[in-house]
Design a protein around this ligand. Structure first.
Ligand code: HEC
Length: 157
């Protein structure tokens, strides 16, 4: 009996270790993709604040923010999204809000990203030309973010 208990104990410890190794396995990828999202949000935030009149329009800054946003969106981030690195994986609850349907929704998820890329390229074409240009393009960019989040990102707890 004692032996069985200690075997069970050992298995439980092994289980805990393999769970944490599993989580650590995806930690870098999750951190990287969340950082890319933060770069999106930072640059879109500058354009959004200008569009709302909360920040004074400044052509150089607007153009730079739009260029940065577009460059980040054009990066190939495939390696940051390894299959199984979703919030339902052991050890990943609370570390990622990526839903498992990302990996079962091809090509929809790729198309969602592409429509954002079209909108951000249009923004980058004109952001330095004036506030009106930002205002007429920002809706499509925001929609590109939102449609993906609605489908593939879990709400904040
Ligand atoms: C193709 C889908 C997709 C698109 C397009 C997309 N996102 Fe995300 N975003 C996600 C997913 C999935 C997560 C959750 C990632 C995770 O927690 O691992 C996320 C997370 C985030 C986060 C939280 C990052 C963190 O630190 O946890 C921010 C901020 C964000 N996105 C902003 C944006 C903005 C701004 C845009 C548009 C310019 C955008 N996203 C476009 C899918 C997308």
């Amino acid at each position: 009996m004692k032996k069985i208990l200690s075997v069970v104990g050992t298995l439980a410890v092994l289980g805990a270790i393999s769970t944490s190794v599993f989580a650590v396995e995806f930690e870098r990828e999750i951190k990287a993709r969340q950082s890319v999202m933060q770069i999106y949000a930072f640059n879109l935030g500058i354009l959004g604040a200008m569009a709302k009149g909360e920040k004074e329009y400044e052509a150089g800054l607007a153009q730079t923010a739009a260029n940065n946003l577009n460059a980040a969106i054009l990066m190939n981030n495939g390696a940051m999204w390894p299959m199984g690195s979703d919030m339902s994986a052991p050890g990943l609850a609370g570390k990622t809000r990526a839903k498992a349907n990302i990996w079962t929704s091809f090509p929809k998820v790729v198309e969602t990203h592409k429509s954002l890329a079209v909108a951000s390229a249009a923004m980058a074409d004109v952001a330095g030309t004036g506030l009106t240009a930002i205002r007429s393009n920002i809706g499509a960019v925001g929609k590109g973010c939102q449609s993906c989040h609605e489908a593939f990102r879990a709400p904040k707890k």
